[in-house]
Design a binder for this molecule. Structure first.
Ligand code: ADP
Length: 373
């Protein structure tokens, strides 16, 4: 029997908040309730970061109440802070300038200041290449950076960073991240057989991402860049929910079709209250390796216009070059192996904007105000 939103709301109306003064649905803190075809239920509870500890028992109780509804197969309830780069949190005084994205608390990762998803509406737009070079460009700023390859459909970080083998188990079930070019890296590709065809169901996605986040000795990091699976389906939504993200970056190519998919990506993150830190246009122009002429093979500027339309920051454009393709496929990413070259400069400029956006400076246009239905 299909579970309805009303079933969930009625179960949640038994959860008291604010010392019994109201119920969870009545408190205005409940996000949209998402129920998929497998009767998996997802929702989030909006809090100020300072309330994380107080709301953890509420979150657990809410999860338990929904799980008790006959027919519900799994429940994912998370605490989220609505505060984006420009969005004051509940009760905060409205200020004209942007506020820094608060490091996540509660279910956040100890020692890791920011977790940022690099996502795309569809595969093949250069999301992994961008995530990897962006991580290296952040590293070049002197930041402590990790790269987590959560692309369950096609993990490519081992290849991009030239890594092979299995990570070392250090204590109990804790894994030591691999190291390459000054980055700490973990990939779903190290944990599953690359050729094994897997159908990823919501709870499996959640447990894989939890394992890679929590059972890895990341240590102190300024930023953990997460290479997300492409697309906007159930697995991606679960992952966006299960990861305590400070924000998300969407990579798109300039064609209309890719942009429609990118828009879906923005919508998906907004649904789960993750701020969009910006859009990157990849393969913006083709730079001829012989004469250096730039040609706009896929059109040009579409992602910038789309970012404006969606009122999210535009972080920059990366050309389609032989150097990026060859170094990526050879496991020698261009930002690390040609740090003074033109491509590295572009990735560094994007990384600067991204980091500035995370830390409160305006990164292009204003970030969106997240509206929870
Ligand atoms: P995705 O993660 O979106 O599936 P990848 O990062 O794996 O995409 O990139 C797909 C292919 O495109 C790879 O062969 C990669 O080397 C190449 N590629 C990505 N970005 C660029 C670029 N800016 N210039 C040249 N080749 C690129």
């Amino acid at each position: 029997m299909a579970i309805t939103r009303d079933d969930v709301l009625s179960a949640l109306s038994t959860v008291a908040v604010d010392d019994g003064a109201t119920t969870l649905p009545g408190s205005g803190r409940l996000s949209q309730v998402v129920i998929d075809g497998g009767n998996r239920v997802m929702f989030s509870i909006s809090i100020d970061p300072s309330e994380a500890e107080r709301f953890e028992p509420v979150r657990r109780e809410a999860e338990g109440r929904v799980l008790a509804i006959p027919g519900v197969s799994s429940v994912l309830a998370s605490l989220t802070s609505e505060r984006g780069p420009n969005t004051p949190g509940p009760g905060a005084p409205r200020s004209p300038g942007p506020a820094p994205v608060p490091p996540r608390q509660g279910n956040s990762l100890p020692g890791v200041r920011h977790i940022v998803a690099v996502a795309s509406g569809k595969g093949g737009v250069g999301k992994s290449t961008t995530a990897c070079n962006l991580a290296l460009a952040l590293r070049a700023q002197g930041l402590k950076v990790g790269l987590l390859d959560a692309d369950i459909y096609g993990p490519s970080v081992p290849k991009l960073l030239g890594l092979s083998g299995k990570p070392r188990v250090i204590e109990g079930r804790v894994l030591e991240p691999m190291q390459a070019f000054g980055l700490k890296a973990m990939s779903i590709g190290f944990l599953i057989e690359p050729e094994s065809a897997m159908i990823w169901r919501g709870p499996m996605v959640q447990s894989a991402i939890t394992q890679m986040l929590r059972d890895v000795a990341w240590g102190d990091l300024d930023i953990l860049v997460v290479d997300m699976p492409p697309g906007t389906g159930d697995a991606q939504l679960t992952m966006a929910q299960a990861t305590p993200l400070s924000g998300a970056v969407i990579v798109s190519t300039p064609q209309d079709l890719a942009l429609i998919d990118a828009r879906r990506g923005v919508t998906m993150f907004r649904k789960v209250s993750v701020p969009i830190l910006g859009v990157i246009e990849n393969m913006a122009t083709f730079i001829c390796p012989h004469c250096g002429t730039a040609s706009a093979i896929f059109g040009h500027g579409g992602a910038r216009q789309e970012a404006e339309r969606l009122e999210v920051p535009f972080l920059g454009e990366i050309p389609l070059t032989m150097a990026i393709r060859e170094t990526s496929d050879a496991g020698r990413p261009v930002v690390a192996t040609d740090p003074d070259g033109p491509q590295a400069k572009i990735y560094r400029a994007i990384a600067d904007k991204l980091w500035a956006g995370l830390n409160g400076a305006p990164a292009g246009r204003a970030a969106p105000k997240i509206v929870i239905e």
